[in-house]
Ligand binder design. Structure first.
Ligand SMILES: [Fe+2]
Length: 293
């Protein structure tokens, strides 16, 4: 791209904040075109600052162009669920309400419908989760994101004291969730010989130094000193404290939206409040992250 073209692209891009604590919408950029370094940095910084960024109007991207757009934000990593991938693009996975499980039943996606952050059972969970809207229902089906950094700061001191230094033991699916879980995931967990991955319940953002509450209830076997059952109740209570409306943004997709979430400072969930005879299909890419501390 010529210097002139790159200048035009930078000038026409607009980033508008959604609300004080969370969210920004980007317009006036075409990710099928090369994006210059300054614009890349602006986008990256906007994700970190606003926790979730929505880049509108990218419906025309091919999977290859989508992957290149994802790589603006870092090195992509594989989704641990290898069942649903875009053909020929192993770093782009598919979330679809018409997926079938290995038994031919409509695949359960229950854990996505509760507040969580992704892949906490891994040593190096993703730093960003990106979701790209391929098919969307007329109404509902939002992805909600909560600023767990601002929410942590607003917690009462006694709660902060209680969770300070606590650790979570993370598995593919917690034993408390197995009865209601997706059978393929339960089977993978039962067959896995891997010990749980231990992470802090409150993590420090490696780029900003801020702290955020950080967990996936459905993957947490225990919080330090608690039984699996007590852990689920405790994390539900903590979720309720964190996900106050002022810290959250529910994004209802338009086709071609690319959502980028800073997983290190947020929780998110999928909305199931839509007409399920309509198609909802998102592509997902994950950016490799660091070990939480
Ligand atoms: Fe997720």
């Amino acid at each position: 791209m010529s210097a002139a073209a790159s200048k035009i692209q930078t000038q026409s891009m607009e980033i508008a904040k959604v609300k004080e604590h969370i969210g920004a919408i980007v317009t006036g950029i075409d990710l099928a075109q090369p994006v210059d370094d300054a614009t890349q940095k602006q986008l990256y910084d906007a994700v970190v600052e606003n926790v979730v960024l929505v880049i509108r109007g990218q419906e025309h991207l091919s999977p290859g162009q989508l992957q290149a757009a994802g790589e603006i934000f870092g090195e992509l990593m594989e989704d641990q669920n290898r069942r649903y991938l875009v053909d020929g693009f192993p770093l782009i996975s598919v979330l679809d309400n018409r997926h079938k499980d290995s038994k031919g039943q409509v695949a359960k996606v229950g854990a996505n419908a509760t507040w969580h952050t992704d892949h906490t059972n891994q040593e190096l969970p993703p730093k960003f989760t990106m979701l790209y809207a391929v098919a969307v229902p007329d109404k509902g089906g939002a992805t909600s994101v909560c600023n767990a950094r601002a929410a942590y700061e607003a917690l009462p001191d006694d709660v902060k004291l209680k969770i300070e230094g606590a650790k979570t033991e993370n598995t593919l699916i917690s034993s408390a969730r197995m009865k209601t879980g997706n059978p393929d995931i339960v089977k993978a967990q039962l067959e896995a010989k891997k010990p749980p991955t231990v992470h802090p319940l409150v993590r420090t953002h490696p780029e900003t130094g801020t702290k955020a509450v950080w967990f996936h209830k459905g993957k947490t076997e225990t919080v330090t000193g608690m039984s699996p059952e007590a852990t689920q109740d405790f994390l539900q209570d903590l979720t309720d404290k964190i996900t106050q409306p002022q810290f959250c943004y529910a994004h209802e997709y338009e086709k071609g939206d690319l959502l980028i979430i800073d997983d290190r400072a947020s929780l998110h969930k999928a909305g199931f409040d839509y007409d399920h005879s309509q198609h909802r299909r998102l592509y997902r890419m994950l950016v490799r992250g660091d070990r939480p501390y």
